[in-house]
Design a protein around this ligand. Structure first.
Ligand SMILES: NC(=O)c1ccc[n+]([C@@H]2O[C@H](COP(=O)([O-])OP(=O)(O)OC[C@H]3O[C@@H](n4cnc5c(N)ncnc54)[C@H](O)[C@@H]3O)[C@@H](O)[C@H]2O)c1
Ligand SMILES: O=c1ccn([C@@H]2O[C@H](COP(=O)(O)OP(=O)(O)O[C@H]3O[C@H](CO)[C@@H](O)[C@H](O)[C@H]3O)[C@@H](O)[C@H]2O)c(=O)[nH]1
Length: 454
């Protein structure tokens, strides 16, 4: 079948950018992104997009109105689709069995029911959301239950984009992974999806597997990446006790080509909507199959990440003479990483909340995430201030929580001059030069390095 109409359910961080790039690269295919959230869809139709992602607007503008459309009309669009990508959220369950660990598949299930109800022809249903291994089996059962006359072929095509670099990751992916059934209809559907990606991705980068390998590989990729961050963060604690320097250790181990250089930056901990959720999901699946030792092994990655965040706050309190009560502490950065306005699972949320509990007067600054911060910190006595210089005025301590380029370029002399003394700086991302700041007058506390204090 030659694919002419793609519909994507879910206009979020994945559905929006992914479909924009498909539409950009495949002008011969109509791509419609549908969502229940009217405000989100309206925003996708303007130049004030609902998510901040570098270069996204340029790509949207190339295709929007030509072959890229955003709509709330789910029924009408499913009825005309050849392929439906499902890119809805799959958050950690907050209720019932598996609460706090398992994935909530309510939204995915609802999509399957809508597809069954509104489809007007045979369809390929693509799992774009990150899902527990063997979810495709459940989807197939829902799709083929009842009286539908059509055949629905379920493929797994997990997304590996990282926020902040989504457009480049989509345009130049390390690989595209497509999993499907090993029978004739499965292989045919895989070939159709391969054809779409082949418009811009070279064949050796398109990997096809069975459905279960594809579903599981997504969880495993995130678990491995997060494990590297937790591993280096665990060693950062040891560095702070031994005068070893985490940047030097990182570099020394990364020059071993078997280890490699990426994802070895010590930090306040990893955040983002995926790492924690996906590892907890992996842990839950392992326990389901009675693999408790395997579950415990991966659980430790999350435990270490929680420890790193609490350790950061404990250090601030211990350093500031065991109390931050009524002291002004400014958080520079609230997004979970630079170049995004996303704050989901951001370490900054935990850190700010713990400081507020200690009765510090907390000010938060961020170039893109303050709108979201307002929502995350609702009900807390925290001041949000976009201008970092204003936010730091009169502060006792500054904590760098997100590695924005703008925070590397600040005039720290000016910041120091306007702070209370002694002035403390806790660099949770190791982006400033500790010696330079020490010479200005700060007491400096990087992650995984000796403190410079007077
Ligand atoms: N955020 C990332 O960087 C990233 C990267 C790779 C994979 N993923 C995975 O992709 C999936 C989506 O993540 P996201 O960050 O885009 O989520 P998101 O919350 O930003 O977007 C999901 C969208 O789906 C919509 N939705 C939910 N149920 C719906 C329904 N029944 N009908 C229509 N719309 C519905 C919501 O309104 C929302 O706009 C998740 O499984 C996630 O784990 C995310
Ligand atoms: O050396 C590092 C690298 C990352 N981080 C932190 O780890 C988190 C996650 O960063 P990153 O992986 O770059 O961003 P995400 O957008 O969460 O992307 C991850 O999660 C996505 C959702 O599943 C996957 O698609 C991507 O491949 C995977 O990188 C952020 O808080 C980073 O600050 C560190 O602390 N140190």
């Amino acid at each position: 079948m030659s694919i002419k109409e793609i519909v994507c359910i879910g206009a979020g961080y994945v559905g929006g950018p992914t479909m924009s790039v498909i539409a950009e690269k495949c002008p011969h295919i109509n791509v419609t992104v549908v969502d229940l959230n009217e405000d989100r869809i309206k925003a996708w139709q303007t130049d004030d997009l609902p998510i901040y992602e570098p270069e996204l607007l340029d790509v949207v503008k190339v295709a929007r109105g030509r072959n890229l459309f955003f709509s709330t009309e789910i029924e009408k669009n499913i009825a005309k689709a050849d392929v439906v990508f499902v890119s809805v959220n799959t958050p950690t369950k907050t209720f019932g069995k598996g609460a706090g660990v398992a994935a909530n598949l309510e939204f995915i299930g609802k999509c399957a029911r809508s597809i069954r109800k509104y489809a007007k022809r045979d369809l390929i249903v693509v799992e774009k959301s990150t899902l527990p291994v063997r979810t495709a089996e459940a989807l197939e059962k829902i799709l083929h239950s009842g009286e539908s006359d059509y055949h629905f072929e379920v493929l797994s095509n997990p997304e590996f984009l990282a926020e902040g670099t989504a457009i480049n990751d989509l345009q130049n992916p390390d690989r595209v992974l497509i999993g499907g059934r090993e029978n004739e209809t499965g292989q045919k559907a895989i070939a159709d999806l391969v054809e779409i990606y082949s418009n811009w991705v070279s064949p050796e980068k398109i990997l096809t597997t069975n459905t279960w390998s594809s579903e599981l590989s997504k969880l495993v990729a995130n678990a491995f990446l997060a494990q590297r961050v937790s591993s280096i963060n665990s060693i950062s604690a040891l560095c702070e006790k031994t005068e070893a320097d985490i940047t030097e250790v990182s570099k020394a181990i990364s020059m071993d080509s078997r280890i490699g250089a990426k994802f070895l930056n010590a930090s306040v901990g990893f955040g983002g909507s995926c790492f924690k959720k996906d590892i907890l999901n992996l842990v839950y699946i392992c326990r389901h199959y009675g693999l408790n030792e395997v579950a415990d092994y991966w659980d430790q990655v999350v435990i270490m990440n929680d420890y790193q965040q609490t350790r950061f706050v404990d250090k601030i309190i211990a350093t500031m003479f065991n109390t931050v009560s009524d002291k002004k502490i400014t958080a520079l950065g609230f997004a979970f990483k630079a170049n995004t306005g996303d704050t989901r699972e951001s370490p900054a949320i935990i850190i700010v909340k713990q400081l507020v509990e200690e009765r510090a007067r907390v000010y938060v600054s961020d170039p893109k995430a303050l709108k979201q911060a307002k929502h995350d910190l609702d009900g807390l006595d925290v001041v949000l201030e976009e201008d970092p210089y204003e936010a730091c005025k009169g502060a006792d301590a500054v904590c760098i929580l997100t590695e924005w380029q703008a925070y590397k370029d600040l005039d720290y002399k000016k910041i120091y001059a306007n702070m209370n003394k002694p002035a403390f700086i806790f660099d949770g991302r190791n982006i400033i030069n500790p010696q330079e700041l020490y010479e200005i007058g700060f007491n400096v506390y990087p992650i995984g390095k000796a403190a410079l204090e007077r």
